[in-house]
Design a binder for this molecule. Structure first.
Ligand code: NAD
Length: 490
């Protein structure tokens, strides 16, 4: 039986004005699990109106009050943790162990972090000229649009709604058309935790309809976008009409450098997590392995053995280590990239195709894939966004850095070494918003997350996110009411 879900506007679930719907598929077997109302431009307008009306009351609540409601939301997510984990696995294909241990607790932790932040984020008092007081307020922007991709829908609710709401903004969020279910389930918790009607509105729909309209909307003061670099560019153009503020979290092509003095067991395991977690559908995935010649054979042998042993299966089974990709179109795109790699002289070391196990044939599965490739080839420069990792070798530190910096992206990068000086030296030279040393893909609500160059600009998380969701207002006071000499007339 399939569920039916409406748009969430002004605190209520509602149909799209033109009654359009979209089907949500289970990536494990391609069956329809829900139909969801599909927002068009007029529905986005309704959502923006609701958020506009809700803004004065929400923004004038004391920070501690907004914080209290976000803390309650974190508690409510935890109280429904099993249901959220199951729903996220069913909808996205993430293995249930991952959604249980990572996605759901991280979402609650992020709301809790920003709940705590709401009454601690302060303005400041610049030391200006004698006789004057200057204070700087951090004010919410107003109605904020948020457009989210399909790889971590629930977690991105925490990352985006947390700081936006803590700062006093109201929100219109457009989740991905492929995976809207956990976001809509979250909406069911708002009333009980005290997040009033209109403060958060959720309009599932397609990018070229609901998304493009939200990006161009005159009454939206800021847009936070997570998605591909190509869509990011169209968001920049769409935002020009009202010069709305932008935050762009775009694609990546993470370099993962293995030096010959690394702990190889840790490096092999950490590098497998870096690429195969969430089937490689992560902007920060370590999708380019760059391995020092002297340990290349040993590392690659162990890595390929691990990749080939990963258990693919039903995301709802606790034995499953890797689930399906989120859509059939995306699985086909990954397959196309295997052909591109081979055409360019790449050597297939593992995977390269959907698995042929009978129980996985109806789903959107793809085997963990390892390909030896020239670091200048297309598959080493373009984002594949699947369980697809290239591997190439380097002679010395300088060459490793040169290869790592070959792409236009600059989101996440990793390096494995036991030489502390080298670790810091190399981290400083990588063109990347985040660097992991002897680990990969660590994230935390307190640590800024974001990229440089074609990976976008702006930061999620931490105090940086609070700056992203507020404007500075500088107020000057002439303390002694003196008239400065340059316009004195008496
Ligand atoms: P996408 O760009 O196709 O879509 C992202 C979102 O934008 C979806 O909600 C989509 O409906 C919407 N959209 C599409 N066209 C639009 C338009 N013209 N105007 C407004 N909205 C539009 O990306 P995707 O395929 O859903 O996600 C994968 C991409 O997201 C990858 O490139 C990945 O690296 C990136 N990503 C980045 C981060 C990060 O934090 N840097 C995190 C996760 C994913």
């Amino acid at each position: 039986m399939t569920a039916h879900k409406g748009l969430f506007i002004d605190g209520r679930f509602t149909e799209a004005l033109d009654e359009a719907t979209l089907e949500v598929l289970n990536p494990h077997d391609g069956t329809v699990i829900a139909t969801v109302a599909e927002a068009g431009a007029a529905d986005v307008d309704r959502a923006v109106d609701a958020a506009t009306r809700a803004f004065p009351a929400w923004s004038s609540l004391a920070g501690s009050e907004r914080g209290r409601r976000l803390l309650r939301l974190a508690d409510a997510i935890e109280a429904n943790a099993d249901e959220f984990a199951r729903l996220e696995s069913l909808d996205t294909g993430h293995p249930i162990n991952d959604t249980t241990l990572l996605d759901v607790p991280r979402t609650a932790a992020t709301f809790r972090y920003f709940g705590g932040m709401a009454d601690k984020f302060e303005g400041n008092l610049p030391p200006v000229d004698a006789g004057f007081l200057n204070y700087v307020l951090r004010e919410p922007i107003g109605v904020v649009g948020q457009i989210v991709p399909w790889n971590f829908p629930l977690m991105f609710c925490g990352w985006k709604l947390g700081p936006a709401l803590a700062a006093g903004n109201t929100v219109v969020m457009k989740p991905s058309e492929l995976v809207p279910l956990s976001t809509l389930r979250l909406c069911e918790l708002f009333e009980e935790v005290g997040i009033a009607a209109g403060v958060v509105n959720v309009v599932p729909g397609y990018g070229n309809r609901a998304g493009a309209h939200l990006a161009a909307h005159q009454d939206v003061g800021k847009l936070s976008f997570t998605g591909s670099t190509r869509t990011g560019r169209s968001i920049v153009e769409a935002s020009a009409g009202n010069l709305k503020r932008l935050q762009l979290e775009l694609g990546g092509k993470g370099a993962n450098i293995i030096f010959d003095d690394a702990n190889l067991v840790a490096a092999v395991n950490g590098s497998a997590f870096a690429i195969f977690h969430n089937q490689g559908q992560a902007c920060i995935a370590g999708s380019r392995l760059i391995v020092q010649e002297s340990v290349y054979d040993e590392f690659v042998e162990r890595f390929v053995a691990l990749a080939s042993s990963i258990r693919l299966g039903d995301p709802l089974s606790s034995d499953t280590e890797m689930g399906p990709l989120t859509s059939a179109e995306h699985r086909d795109r990954v397959l196309d990239y295997v052909a591109v790699a081979i055409d360019e002289g790449g050597e297939l070391l593992a995977g390269g195709a959907p698995p042929d196990a009978p129980d996985l044939r109806a789903g959107f599965y793809f085997a963990p894939t390892v390909i030896r490739a020239d670091p200048t080839s297309r598959v080493c420069r373009e984002e594949v966004f699947g369980p697809f990792v290239t591997v190439s070798s380097f002679r010395d530190e300088a060459e490793a850095i040169e290869i790592a910096n070959l792409t236009d992206y600059g989101l996440g990068a990793g390096l494995w070494t036991s030489d502390l000086s080298r670790a810091h030296r190399v981290a400083a030279t990588l063109r990347s918003g985040m660097v992991w040393i002897n680990c990969y893909k660590r994230v935390h609500p307190a640590s800024p997350f974001g990229g440089v160059r074609h990976s976008g600009y702006g930061r999620e998380m931490g105090f940086d996110a609070m700056h992203e969701y507020t404007e500075a207002k500088s107020v000057w006071v002439n303390v002694n009411a003196t008239v400065p000499p340059w316009y004195r007339r008496d």
